[in-house]
Ligand binder design. Structure first.
Ligand code: UD1
Ligand code: MG
Length: 472
């Protein structure tokens, strides 16, 4: 096999995005567009990838640090193209790094959805000897370079839209912007490019006619799926490709047996905070209702059910658990775990370090952070558990909170097994409620309590009989 060197054009400004962010750093599924393209280099087991930067070069180069290491072990290099004088001029900047034994695969940093199989077929078509172009037929080819063929159907060249005559503009087969070309030939052709055309640019596409003139066969690898070569130029196109990508992911999950209520209303994203890849691992008979967003690494055990409108990030949810609608689970770096058969939500919030055992119940407007809850513990209404260790079968009453923060430090609350905490209690940490104890509703507990004790800490009730209210 000829070694592959991937050349990624990423110098353009992306004016139509109207963003401060360089276009190739706009995110699709939480991942910069350019990383999607670098993933393609990894899938192809490329020897190297050379990214051609220009607009926002420093930012773009910085954003690639680590991207190569995640999936591929190709050599990642950058070359600057300043000013940007066209695609041929862009590729020309890579010449000092090109190795003659390789096949160069030209990609664009703003074309994220090309599939590895397509690129492999393109490389195979080049065969280390020929110029292979990836082409597609578009109902509206306006703006694209057209594939010119002779009477026998052999490719003769590419004419850019702005340079094309009416007959040429009627051609619907277009050049995708992706090609595979033996590096030793590319080097010679690039040296001969001129900018004598409608845009005054150095067109990479001019090498096609040079190949024909040199007797090098040019093959068009034609695909029907235009999404694979679609670029991002505007926020609308970015959103369209996002949906297409998510639909692909959703379909792949459904093929594994996951039941999505609507594959068009499903999202799986990288965690932009940590760069953790979006990955959803599902056991058998998982059901996911509409409009759920999964971020980072999420595992759903057998028979898990996720209600509508849940956001779940970096979490492991064990078999048989039910996550009711509008629940927000975000394990961030520490992770969050939900035990077998647990019932969570609706409107629950699990934060980093929430570790819930089997059959735990977390109800509406309950927040759990950096706390473990042992099997069968329940907090069903309007409560906060932060930095707490909660024993088995504890019942934590409505409106109760752990006061875990003294303004400077966080402290732990320990609630031992079988404790019953009444409604509207404040447990001022550090504090331990002994096993089997009961805390009366409305209590503010500042001292640890003995096992089995009833603790009440509130103003005593005073009732004055036949009290008459002041009158005007
Ligand atoms: C190019 C092709 C056209 C093809 C189309 C597919 C040429 C001359 N034309 O069109 O045949 O149908 O892609 O989308 O190649 N870039 C640089 N430096 C530059 C110019 C561009 O890095 O000086 C980058 C852009 O950021 C972009 C990519 O190259 O990622 C393609 O550039 P773009 O201007 O979108 O392509 P066209 O020239 O319009
Ligand atoms: Mg252009």
């Amino acid at each position: 096999m000829t070694p592959l060197d991937i050349l990624i054009m990423a110098a353009g400004k992306g004016t139509r995005m109207k963003s401060r962010l360089p276009k190739v750093l706009q995110r699709l599924a939480g991942r910069p567009l350019l990383h999607h393209v670098l993933d393609q280099a990894a899938h192809l087991q490329a020897r190297s990838a050379i990214v051609i930067t220009g607009h926002g070069a420093i930012e773009v180069e910085a954003a690639c640090a680590g991207a190569a290491g995640t999936d591929g072990n190709f050599d990642l290099k950058f070359v600057r193209q300043e000013p940007q004088l066209g695609t041929g001029h862009a590729v020309l900047q890579t010449v000092p790094h090109l190795r003659d034994d390789g096949t160069a695969v030209v990609l664009s940093g703003d074309v994220p959805l090309t599939q590895a199989d397509t690129l492999r077929a393109l490389v195979a078509a080049s065969g280390g000897e020929q110029l292979a172009l990836l082409t597609v037929t578009l109902p509206d080819p306006t703006g694209y370079g057209r594939i010119l063929r002779n009477a026998g159907g052999a490719v003769q060249g590419i004419v850019e839209h702005k340079d094309a005559n009416d007959a040429q503009r009627a051609i619907t087969e277009i050049y995708s912007g992706i090609m595979a070309v033996p590096a030793r030939l590319l080097r010679g052709w690039l040296a001969r490019l001129t900018n004598d055309n409608a845009q005054g640019e150095y067109y990479l596409t001019d090498i096609v006619a040079m190949a024909v003139a040199d007797g090098v066969p040019v093959v068009a690898h034609h695909i029907t799926d235009a999404l694979q070569v679609a670029g991002v130029n505007s926020p609308l196109q970015l959103a369209e490709l996002e949906r297409a990508h998510q639909l692909r992911t959703a379909r792949a999950l459904m093929e594994q047996g996951v039941r999505l209520a609507d594959p068009a209303r499903f999202d799986l994203r990288d965690d932009t905070r940590t760069g953790v890849r979006g990955e959803l691992l599902c056991g058998q008979d998982v059901e996911i209702d509409v409009n759920c967003v999964f971020t980072g690494q999420v595992e759903l055990g057998e028979g898990v059910s996720i209600g509508a409108h849940c956001c779940i990030a970096n979490a492991r949810i064990a078999a048989g658990a039910v996550i009711h609608p509008y629940t927000h689970i975000d394990g961030e770096k520490a992770g969050a775990t939900v035990g077998e058969g647990a019932l969570i939500g609706p409107f629950a919030r699990l934060r980093p370090g929430a570790q819930l055992g089997r059959e735990v119940h977390i109800g509406n407007f309950v927040e759990v952070k950096n706390s473990t809850m042992a099997d069968g513990a329940k907090a069903n209404h309007l409560a906060y558990l932060g930095d707490a260790t909660v024993g088995e079968r504890v019942n934590y009453g409505a409106g109760s909170i752990t006061a875990n923060y003294d303004g400077a430090n966080k402290h732990r609350t320990v609630i031992e097994a079988d404790v019953h905490v009444g409604s509207n209690c404040v447990l001022v940490a550090p504090v331990t409620i002994g096993a089997g104890g009961t805390v009366g509703g409305g209590s503010t507990i500042t001292k640890s309590t003995a096992p089995g004790a009833l603790s009440v800490a509130r103003g005593k009730q005073v009732s004055i009989a036949n009290w008459s209210r002041p009158k005007k």
